[in-house]
Design a protein around this ligand. Structure first.
Ligand code: NCD
Length: 289
């Protein structure tokens, strides 16, 4: 396997191999197997967790990281994206980790470069390492995943995290319900509801998502406060239910999840972040070593 563009590039066996490999890296292990490798990060969209997580993962494996500051790069002088990537490729990089606001960009670049392309999120299309780390966090908590019930709550239609998760979770036999107002629901054959109370008592996990306002062409809700009154994950909502809460971050506090629910031990948001490094180490090892 050369590139990782979408979860659909991975078979069930590939995913299981990655999750098993990631378990070996869960406690901050260093294993300098990529010490002769150069990895370039190319982020056209903001990122806190994904970029630093890839960088920490690469450094734990001994790789050298070069970050291209896109805002100060020649893409701002009119160089095309493919030309930028081909120029970076000519420096003989081993991998280029790319995030872009347009769906399909990583796939296009993979047709023009010799380096491995790793998709760190493209438009509303895919975010494969996020879905892997989410699956990893669920497996860590539940063990057997088949038959577990999960609700994905929020702006599902515009979320690459939801897209990649729907692919992986359903292939692993989880029972997925989508919870969102009509304007945030994609066309789907999955169960859906507009009322978050419907899922309480019926799910083992809730994955909350941020409203992707940067991808809305017009205002979709009167205000985020109105959205929150219908869809925020609060203690009043989850009471003492036996469930866990996931969120890819960045969290809109008290809109996606309340302060109180974020501080609850059932909330695994920071565990997801730790697991993200382990998963990205496993991915880099699989693609580059
Ligand atoms: C997400 C993203 O960028 O797709 N964040 C992440 O990578 N952890 C989700 C989001 O921006 O809401």
């Amino acid at each position: 396997m050369k590139h990782l563009i979408s979860t659909k590039d991975l078979s069930i066996d590939d995913v299981n191999e990655l999750l098993d490999s990631a378990s070996n890296y869960q406690n901050g292990e260093f294993e300098p197997i990529l010490s002769h490798k150069i990895i370039i990060t190319l982020f056209f969209e903001n990122s806190t967790r994904t970029r630093s997580s890839f960088e920490v993962a690469a450094k734990r494996l001994g790789a050298n990281i070069v970050h291209l500051d896109v805002a100060k790069s020649s893409t701002k002088k009119g160089e095309t994206l493919v030309d930028t990537a081909m120029n970076l490729d000519s420096m003989v990089a081993d991998a280029i980790i790319v995030r872009h606001q347009n769906s399909g960009v990583p796939r296009i670049l993979s047709n023009h470069v010799k380096a491995s392309i790793l998709n760190a999120g493209d438009g509303a299309h895919a975010h494969p390492t996020q879905a892997l780390l989410d699956l990893f966090t669920l497996r860590e908590h539940f063990g057997e995943l088949k038959g577990r019930r999960i609700a994905i709550v929020g702006d599902i239609k515009n979320s690459r995290v939801a897209n990649s998760n729907i692919d992986l979770l359903t292939r692993f036999g989880l029972d997925v319900t989508l919870v969102a107002p009509p304007q945030f629901l994609p066309k789907t054959s999955l169960k859906t509801t507009h009322n978050i109370n419907d899922i309480i008592g019926r799910v083992d996990a809730i994955m909350s998502l941020r409203t992707q306002t940067e991808r809305h062409s017009s205002q979709t809700y009167a205000s985020l406060k109105d959205y929150a009154s219908d869809f925020c994950i609060t203690k009043d909502l989850i009471k003492d239910e036996d469930l866990i809460i996931l969120h890819p971050g960045p969290v809109h506090r008290n809109i996606d999840i309340s302060d109180e629910a974020l501080a609850d031990p059932r909330c695994k948001v920071l565990r997801q972040v730790s697991n993200g490094v382990a998963i990205r180490m496993a991915v880099l090892k699989k693609l580059l070593s």
